[in-house]
Design a protein around this ligand. Structure first.
Ligand code: FES
Length: 177
């Protein structure tokens, strides 16, 4: 009885070894260069992708009275980005609201995130300054600390007047989906 000739399509040991070594080499290269690729082409980081978030205020910007503040919130799917930070806040941190103040004729926008431990503070109309409900920190209209435990002033938002009389554009980012 004669041996059957091998089919030319049947994988040989040499072909299998070549395939195996090729796969091993490719896996080694990917493993070695993946960290470098991530370093060179970092993934989307919300802290690095900034855009203008348009906000509609309750009243025209010019109607904001001296020694008062107007609260505003980030529209759904967006967050504002803290410009400076201090204590528990850092530049680039997202925040979902803010206050626009007029003090000494100067307009400022602050992130609503308390620098102490991150609660949302409120404007006290009677005291004419900000009070945090969590631990009692108080801040002046220029953001400085009146009363601790917070040690850092309020964090700023970067903003500019928008096209409409009651609109402002605040530096922010898209969040979620
Ligand atoms: S979080 Fe505001 S005082 Fe502590």
């Amino acid at each position: 009885m004669t041996a059957q000739p091998k089919s030319s399509k049947e994988p040989t040991r040499r072909a299998f070894l070549g395939w195996w070594l090729g796969t091993l080499l490719a896996a080694t290269v990917v493993t070695a260069f993946a960290p470098i690729a991530v370093y060179l082409f970092p993934p989307r980081d919300p802290k690095q992708i900034k855009e203008k978030v348009r906000v509609a205020l309750d009243a025209p910007l010019t109607a904001l009275r001296e020694a008062t503040a107007s609260r505003f919130d980030a529209p759904a799917g967006t967050a504002f980005v803290i410009a400076d930070g201090g204590e528990n806040n850092s530049p680039g941190d997202p925040t979902l609201g803010g206050f626009l103040t007029r003090d000494g004729g100067q307009l400022r926008a602050f992130a609503i995130t308390c620098p102490h431990l991150g609660c949302s503070y409120a404007f006290d109309d009677g005291k004419k300054h900000f009070v945090c409900p969590c631990h009692g920190s108080e801040f002046a209209l220029d953001g400085s600390v009146i009363h601790g435990p917070a040690t850092a002033p309020l964090s700023h938002l970067t903003w500019q007047p928008g096209p409409g009389v009651n609109e402002i554009d605040v530096e922010g980012t898209t969040i979620g989906g």
